[in-house]
Design a protein around this ligand. Structure first.
Ligand SMILES: Cc1cc2nc3c(=O)[nH]c(=O)nc-3n(C[C@H](O)[C@H](O)[C@H](O)COP(=O)(O)O)c2cc1C
Length: 188
């Protein structure tokens, strides 16, 4: 069971990281690869289309090790705070670069995943708005689509709202249930 956890929050010990770590904690001594994007250099996609004629990205930066980890994992777990209604810029850059994990299909505008089938994916978002979980349904829809396009066979997306910088996410009533469901998702 190989898990890749990627924290897209610039606060490496913030609430998003706390939630992510709680979800993957039981795997930390086994097959967990954990990335803080804040420590990495992941450039923006340059739209060079190299990845559509080659099975890799033309940009050689820290994304190279993320590609390797994603290819080798059973489950990918992304986590990000919501900034201005979406994931952080660094997480968006990383997800854009996952375009290199797709090849063109015979149907125009459709893609074939290059990842091996059977992988699972999860996204965890935190935000300040108390109703973030419902108000940002579009963000859940986006990530379910991104994971489906990437060839992930099962996916889960959660948004925890009402998380301000001085809040402790672990004190939020819905969090124990999210952690338990997420851990079960990772195990099965
Ligand atoms: C630049 C910035 C933009 C934000 N935009 C939103 C937003 O659009 N909606 C929202 O509900 N919360 C927003 N927030 C609040 C964060 O999403 C929230 O506090 C999050 O839990 C922070 O996670 P962290 O502890 O990992 O930093 C924003 C925070 C920052 C710093």
């Amino acid at each position: 069971m190989k898990i890749v956890a990627i924290n897209g929050s610039p606060r490496k010990e913030g609430n998003t990281a706390a939630l992510l770590k709680a979800v993957v904690e039981e795997h930390k001594d086994t097959d967990l690869v954990y990335f803080d994007l804040a420590d990495l250099k992941v450039k923006d996609c340059t739209s060079c289309w190299y990845c559509k004629t080659h099975e890799s990205c033309s940009i050689k930066d820290d994304m190279t090790k993320i590609y390797k980890a994603i290819k080798e994992c059973d489950t990918l777990v992304l986590a990000s705070p919501i900034y201005m209604g979406a994931e952080t810029g660094i997480m968006k850059s990383m997800v854009d670069r996952m375009y290199a994990l797709l090849s063109f299909s015979d149907s125009p505008g459709k893609f074939e995943p290059r990842l091996a089938p059977g992988k699972k994916a999860m996204a965890l978002f935190t935000c300040g708005a108390p109703n973030g979980d419902t108000a940002m349904g579009y963000q859940k829809d986006r990530y379910y689509s991104i994971f489906a396009m990437g060839g992930f066979s099962k996916a889960k997306v959660y948004i925890v709202g009402g998380v301000n910088p001085n809040a402790n996410i672990m004190e939020k009533v819905e969090v124990p249930k999210i952690i338990e469901e997420s851990r079960r998702f990772l195990r099965h």
